[in-house]
Design a protein around this ligand. Structure first.
Ligand SMILES: O=C(O)CCC(=O)C(=O)O
Ligand SMILES: [Fe+2]
Length: 366
């Protein structure tokens, strides 16, 4: 990237074949002398939305600084390195959080180990990169006492409290308000599609696991959706169109939200999957449309449950699974509670936690 001036009042950025003129207000917003910007918070002391008709009266480059005089009388030296960083950091972050799709041949599932000062370490940076690449990580050796999961979540970012509390205990119990709290098998699902907004990231920490069953399962929903798009485009299309309602009820609350089983972003890329057949209610659409929808749901369900896409492993005490609830589906196999205890603790955090930590560690280590 190169910066050049024209006629002493225009600033251009050259990147590869592209030439871009930097808008005078864009530059004026980046004035950072101490009378314009609070040094502690890096927040502006002026309101750029009130600036009108700003022009550049004069600009020079000295020692990698843009020496500018604006038409409102403000003079500033803007660091060219900072402008370059701003261009590069978005591209860099986007490349870091781009998913790499996987299927059942994925190996090296338990790849991180908890240690002192973990949350500020280079290991944490590697963990977050791996989380964004695969949609999950497993960390072993996480202390199993004192609801450590709350501490863990709050050390990455902030826990997302729900009506289940700050965290929830996953064990077989009498009169459960969710089938997770039984010993029944749970087919691959995304959690809580009935919440507004749906929690981004789920943590599950294994405290005890004495049973021979109760294996954890994971599927890459983006990988399945991509496959469906190639093999059954008409099924893919209907699942990106029909809005399904999801509902949770217990004695205290009725929670509802709706959305498509495959959600696309503005570039038509899959950015969220929903799948929870214990709680989904498709509207009564016309019969032909529902025929296609039900066939499509059958097919995607078959794929989510297929050995081609599923990985299966046992969580041992101290293992903590952190997974992207917009991308991955998770489940477990059945277990027999007469064999011993199986006890996990779970909670949610949102992407601002993982992304905020990632940006912080990049600033620290790179
Ligand atoms: O028991 C498990 O391994 C998973 C339970 C579950 O799906 C959940 O807590 O969200
Ligand atoms: Fe779940």
């Amino acid at each position: 990237m190169k910066i050049e001036l024209e006629q002493n009042n225009k600033v251009f950025v050259f990147e590869g074949p592209n030439k871009l003129e930097l808008h005078p207000i864009w530059l004026r917003e980046r004035v950072s002398e101490k009378e314009h910007l609070d040094k502690n918070t890096e927040q502006r002391l002026f309101d750029p939305s009130l600036l009108k008709d700003i022009k550049i009266n004069k600009v020079n480059i000295t020692d990698k600084l843009l020496d500018i005089e604006f038409s409102d009388g403000v003079k500033s030296k803007i660091d060219i390195n900072k402008i370059e960083e701003e261009f590069k950091s978005d591209i860099f972050l986007r490349s870091l959080i781009r998913p790499s799709l996987w299927n059942s041949s994925l190996n090296n599932i338990k790849n991180f180990k908890f240690e002192n000062n973990f949350f500020e370490s280079n290991e944490m940076l590697e963990l977050l990169k791996s989380f964004y690449k695969n949609g999950f990580v497993v960390i072993s050796n996480v202390p199993t006492k004192d609801n450590f999961i709350v501490n863990f979540a709050n050390s990455i970012g902030s826990i997302r409290r729900t009506n289940f509390g700050e965290y929830f205990n996953v064990k077989s119990k009498p009169n459960p308000n969710d089938l997770a709290y039984t010993s029944l098998p749970l087919s691959p699902h995304t959690d809580n599609p009935y919440r507004k907004p749906v929690p981004n990231i789920q943590l599950l920490h294994c405290i005890e696991n004495e049973v021979s069953g109760g294996l954890s399962t994971l599927v890459d929903g983006f990988s399945v959706a991509e496959n469906l798009k190639n093999t059954h485009p008409e099924f893919f299309k209907i699942l990106t169109e029909v809005k399904v309602k999801f509902r949770f009820v217990d004695k205290e609350v009725v929670l509802e939200n709706e959305g498509k089983l495959i959600e696309l972003d503005e570039n038509k890329e899959v950015n969220q999957v929903r799948f929870s057949t214990r709680l989904d209610f498709v509207p009564a659409l016309d019969k032909e449309k529902l025929d296609l929808y039900y066939q499509a749901r059958n097919k995607i369900s078959e794929m989510y449950n297929s050995d081609n896409f599923l990985v299966k492993f046992k969580l041992e005490p101290g293992d903590l699974l952190m997974m992207d609830n917009y991308r991955l589906l998770h489940g477990r196999t059945e277990f027999n509670s007469n064999e011993g205890n199986r006890f996990l603790q779970g909670c949610y955090i949102d992407y601002d936690s993982s992304e905020g930590k990632l940006r912080h560690l990049l600033r620290k280590f790179i």
